[in-house]
Ligand binder design. Structure first.
Ligand code: GLA
Length: 392
């Protein structure tokens, strides 16, 4: 019932082969950038909050080679639609839709006065799209890593995340926070990435217990962050902060919120309550992890889910079902905690559990989910994995 993560070697060799078949010559550069799952700290990266994602063992791989034509020619395994556009500045939004991730990243290099050579690229991925696992951030970070290699520059991991985030804002139309691109750029094996989204600085938090693992359950219900739900939530939080009259959510307490309740509608109040509670939960979760207080970590994950469901209203019946079922299996069955992860409106749930019971837990979740919804989720396990890098 647990689906396997294809090895990096196998994804790399299929990317190489596909490149050669498509472009008729061998690739000279290979890069990879992973997706992410967020352990806790949801919808607060754009509120100066803390978030705790990890890069996962599902990744985008690009096989590429420079060309001498000042163009980008790219193809993917997902669609027959290819893209070909001039590398020159300024880049504009175009078709196919997926090409905008490339165009946006190319523009980011132009903005930094870094000369980008033309290149051919073939993109493959082991990340399910639309699953809330940041396949777009992974693509952006992979393209940015590729251009670093081709142009002989090193942006630095944080700067690369910022460049990739701007590509998402300007070329994909999603006003996202920094979490996804940061996790894909800065992830490290065995480490969670604690991001302070006010300073944009990160601290690595070890996830060192070999007897634990992280399950990712894709509901296969797809969400579209650019359809307005995400932007609307972001606007709610801006309205909440404005009503409270503070410069940053990091300075806001529940007492401040109560004191300003009359200045906002019920929705803004509920959204604000989520933000304040979730920032505190991340700090507590890091403490729980460091002291190996796993029951506490689990409790915080369930509280986070409930807040996202009730106050932030970004969950859905499929996610609620998985989290409730994981909770039923509970500590006795090896489950530490569960919650929805990512932007929501579908996507995936994250479950921390005992590694040797992961298979059994996944089987239980699949069975009950299929009974309820008539189709099975996809569940796989991952430990924290490496971030964007050149593959040599
Ligand atoms: C999406 C965004 C992130 C973050 C999450 C919710 O994944 O891209 O920046 O806001 O939603 O936590």
């Amino acid at each position: 019932m647990l689906s396997l993560n294809p090895s990096i070697e196998s994804i790399t060799s299929s990317a190489k082969e596909a490149f050669e078949k498509h472009f008729g010559r061998p690739a000279t550069v290979m890069v990879a950038a992973p997706g992410r799952v967020n352990l806790i700290g949801e919808h607060i990266d754009y509120c100066d909050g803390f978030v705790l994602p990890l890069a996962i063992e599902r990744t985008v791989v690009i096989a590429a080679a420079p060309n001498n034509f000042d163009t980008v020619n790219a193809a993917t395994e997902f669609t027959a639609e290819t893209t070909s556009f001039p590398i020159a500045s300024p880049q504009e939004i175009g078709t196919p839709k997926w090409s905008n991730y490339l165009r946006g990243v190319v523009q980011g290099f132009h903005d930094r006065k870094i000369e980008v050579p033309g290149f051919d690229a073939f993109i493959v991925s082991s990340l399910p799209g639309g699953a809330g696992l940041s396949s777009s951030a992974a693509l952006e970070c992979a393209v940015a890593t590729l251009i670093e290699v081709l142009s002989g520059t090193d942006l630095g991991k944080k700067e690369k995340a910022i460049l990739a985030q701007k590509a998402e804002h300007d070329f994909a139309g999603v006003p996202c926070g920094i979490m996804d691109q940061y996790a894909s750029s800065c992830g490290q094996e065995g480490e969670l990435v604690l991001i302070d989204c006010r300073s944009n600085e990160a601290e690595m938090v070890p996830f060192s217990r070999e007897d634990l693992t992280i399950l990712i359950a894709n509901t296969k219900v797809s969400h579209e962050l650019s359809d307005g739900g995400y932007a609307a939530r972001r606007k709610n939080t801006e309205d909440g902060l404005a009503a409270i009259g503070k410069a940053s959510w990091r300075e806001v307490s529940f007492a401040d919120l109560e004191a300003n309740r009359a200045k906002m509608d019920d929705t803004t109040f509920a959204r604000s309550r989520h933000v304040i509670g979730e920032i505190a939960r991340v700090i507590d979760a890091v403490e729980a992890l460091k002291s190996e207080n796993f029951p506490r970590l689990g409790q915080l994950m369930y509280e986070s889910h409930n807040s996202l469901r009730d106050d932030f209203e970004v969950s859905c019946p499929e996610l609620d079902h998985l989290v409730a079922k994981a909770g039923e299996i509970g500590g006795n069955g090896g489950v530490i905690g569960a919650r929805m992860t990512g932007g929501g409106f579908g996507g995936s749930a994250v479950i921390v559990c005992e590694a040797d019971r992961a298979e059994q837990i996944a089987a239980g979740l699949c069975e009950s989910y299929e009974k309820e919804f008539g189709f099975a989720p996809e569940i796989f396990a991952s430990r924290p994995a490496a971030g964007a890098r050149e593959l040599r």
